[in-house]
Design a protein around this ligand. Sequence first.
Ligand code: DAH
Length: 338
Amino acid sequence: MNADCEAVRQAAMEEIDALEDLRALEESRVRFLGRKGRIAALMRLLGETSPEDRPALGKAINEVKEALTSALEARKQELEARDLAARAAAEAVDLSLPGRRPRQGHMHVINQVIDDIVGIFVELGFQVAAGPDVETEYYNFDSLNTPSDHPARDSHDTFFVKPGVVLRTHTSPVQMRVMERTQPPVAIVVPGRTYRVDNDASHSPMFYQIEGLLVDHGVTFADLKGTLALFVRRFFGPDTKARFRPHFFPFTEPSAEMDISCSVCRGAGCRVCKHSGWLEILGCGMVHPNVFGYAGYDYETYTGYAFGMGVDRIAMLRHAISSISFLYENDVRFLEQF
Ligand code: DAH
């Protein structure tokens, strides 16, 4: 009978030594110590044993049982310690490593330029206005003295949304939207997106403009020149010169384009200004009486000036950016430079 006990002990010890995880250990425990386990089987033998042999056998079984219990417990602690060590190694944090800085974003270069330009006019008393990107042909063209057969419309290469509705080709329609709901004096600047069917190194199908409009009693071309000359000195630097060239726009009369002395070569002539020493940066003029007619303003009482500039071009000049596409590709290596 002690031989049976010894066999169970032997088998159990070998198995326990070989256990590699806690689940297998639990299975072993059930197999040996469980209600239907091998120790229980030994206990049943007690009944068939003669009374004089019984105490010795009982003692032997108890010893095996205790030996197994403590062997299982010891192995369990080993396995738990091993698991814990493995987890600690896997989740270890090296507190001596330098931290990783969170990446910080900043304003896009276009928005920086818009803020700077608008800020200058706001200081002069202009208010900021806005209008829809999807615009009617009436506001984008007709009410700005540009009827459907007008040659100036060709140069705009318009995206049509549906008949009568376009993506605005300039910010000028906001002039009309504001005048319709406001009586003079009016002094606004309008930064916004504009759209034209155009795509090359200096044109993007979506681009930005800033519109300006000032209407009051007795506004003259001299006011326009003075205000814009001040603007360019503030924005491009105090030495910047401005010149006005006669031009044509349907919504202003007279009209002009304004050039500034080349910010790259300071007038000496370079590739950027095509060796002319001058850079064209905006269109402007005195508001056409017909435009006042559409707005419901009396052109005998009021006069006004307007201007419109391309933000992308100005940003490119300011930062010597060679292609407009850089502004819209959102390559962080590019954007981080500003
Ligand atoms: N809207 C014109 C354009 O997109 C720019 C412009 C010229 C705006 C003269 C004006 C202006 O307000 O008076 O090319």
